[in-house]
Design a protein around this ligand. Sequence first.
Ligand code: GLP
Length: 249
Amino acid sequence: MRAPELAIEADADAAGLRAALLVDEAIRTSPGVVLALPTGSTPIPMYAALVRLHRERGTDWSQVTTFNLDEYAGIGPDHPESYALFMRGHLFNHVNLPPERRHIPDGLAADPAAECGHYEALIEQSGGIDMAVLGVGLNGHIGFNEPGPALTGRTHLAELAPETWRRNFPDLAAAWDAAEHAVAPFRRAYTMGIGTILQARRLLLVATGATKREIIQAALHGPITTGNPASLLQLHQDVTVILDHGAAG
Ligand code: GLP
């Protein structure tokens, strides 16, 4: 086990730029690089910087392959809450990454188990993930691998933790509070498993803002436990952690 490389930047924009420079460098060094990509608010500055680098330096995405970490089940790629739409808006529409090289689980798949197997097979066929860029949830979730007594290794359909659901859909929280969570929308999502993620050759964890301070501290220095999925990153040999002052404390 090797200690993670730690970079601390002034703010979220600077952390995003630092992450983008590492991704951009990976593409330049290895044009056919296979990336795993996150969504959420944290990576937005990184995507903005990647688009800038593509425009200003001409970084060529034509041979890159991407796999998103997760996607909500039950909604299609044009749904406003879909990660597919998020990715088009923040990155895919602005770089020359061919549509057939972008992969996101199909939220509308008729057979979830087949969809998960298919996603794993695609990752394998592409030669495996070279660099996985990760965010972290306030409860330590990575992708949608939520804390619990056990974790799932491979891509699977996961149930969101109530706190994750409330945070991601504050406007719908009443439905959950009314104990209607069994029928609440967006309560399930496809996610790469923790094993899929740990198999990436290199991990880049980005966390910004003071709300992430505690979970980052626990993930980096606490015990390795399924109660904090981010702590499993301690098992990986090549992790770079990019924080801003808020998250670093
Ligand atoms: C979301 C995503 C995660 C993301 C995390 C943090 O629910 N499924 O992949 O890393 O929560 O989100 P944010 O960056 O908005 O704090």
